[in-house]
Structures are given as structure tokens and as C-alpha cells.
Design a protein around this ligand. Structure first.
Ligand code: THU
Length: 143
């Protein structure tokens, strides 16, 4: 369970990160903030590119920053956008790599938490590391 002050800090960090979005093409600004198991807040913003497919979402920036700084265990993520949208499929899968269940706070531009969802509900029947292991056992048995 998140304490009230942790929720507030997450929301504030996601809103502040949104200010840093580099989105000159879509003009759609998103900020994300991850609360790590040890209490750190790691943020990300979407970063677009003139070569459109190279743009990256706020959530994946936050995950990459966190993991590359030694944080792999997360308690929650807040995602701030104009209306409090849910993360895209690629970001759901990226988050799933590091958490089966993860509270996701969807925050609008005014800082309201419009919805709170669990990652497992956003990505049912997720493909994960266990599927790779099961597959390799099966392949080993055949050879
Ligand atoms: N975007 C995010 O950063 N996170 C989301 O959850 C949805 C979409 C970004 C990607 C792109 O820079 C812009 O929003 C429009 O799709």
C-alpha cells in the first residue's frame, strides 16, 4: 500500500517530469515517475525525434533510467498526461519485465489521479521470462 505522502510525491514528480517532455512533433506531453522499493523516485518524459519511430515514451525512459542506476524493484508508477491516459502496449511489456503487479496512477494535467490500475490487469496473459525458460526446456528435450 502506498502512503498518502508517497502518492503525493509520485504525482508531483510525474507532473514535473511532464514539463521536460520533448514532443515538438506530437505536442503530446507525458511524464512518468517510478517509486523504487528503496524509496527513490525516478522520472522520465517522452523524447521524440525527427525520425518519428525513434521517439520514446516517458514510461520507458523512466524504466531505463531506473534500471541503469541500479533500481530493479518498483512499488508504483505515476503517469501524467493531459487527461490521464493509460500506458501503451510497449510500455506495459517493459514494466512487466520488472513487476508482475504494479500500481499505476493515471494522472491528468491538473494533478488529479483519474484512475488507479494494476499492471496485471492492463497486460493479462503477459509473455515473460518464465515462458522463455519453459520453451528452452522443451527445445532441450527435443534435441
Ligand atoms: N506517449 C508516452 O510517452 N506515454 C504514453 O503512455 C502514451 C504516449 C508519448 C509518445 C509520443 O511521444 C507521444 O506521447 C504521442 O504518442
Amino acid at each position: 500500500m502506498l502512503r498518502a505522502e508517497e502518492r503525493e510525491a509520485l504525482v508531483a514528480a510525474a507532473l514535473a517530469a511532464r514539463e521536460q517532455a520533448y514532443a515538438p512533433y506530437s505536442h503530446y506531453h507525458v511524464g512518468a515517475a517510478l517509486l523504487t522499493k528503496d524509496g527513490a523516485l525516478i522520472t522520465g518524459a517522452n523524447v521524440e525525434n525527427a525520425v518519428y519511430p525513434l521517439g520514446i515514451c516517458a514510461e520507458r525512459v523512466a524504466v531505463a533510467k531506473a534500471v541503469s542506476e541500479g533500481h530493479r524493484h518498483f512499488r508504483a508508477i505515476a503517469i501524467a498526461s493531459e487527461t490521464g491516459v493509460a500506458p501503451c502496449g510497449a510500455c506495459r511489456q517493459t514494466l512487466r519485465e520488472f513487476a508482475e503487479h504494479l500500481p499505476i496512477l493515471l494522472v491528468d494535467a491538473q494533478g488529479r489521479v483519474v484512475q488507479e490500475v494494476d499492471l496485471a490487469d492492463l497486460l493479462p496473459l503477459a509473455f515473460s521470462e518464465q515462458d522463455l525458460e519453459a520453451g528452452s526446456r522443451e527445445r532441450g528435450a527435443k534435441s
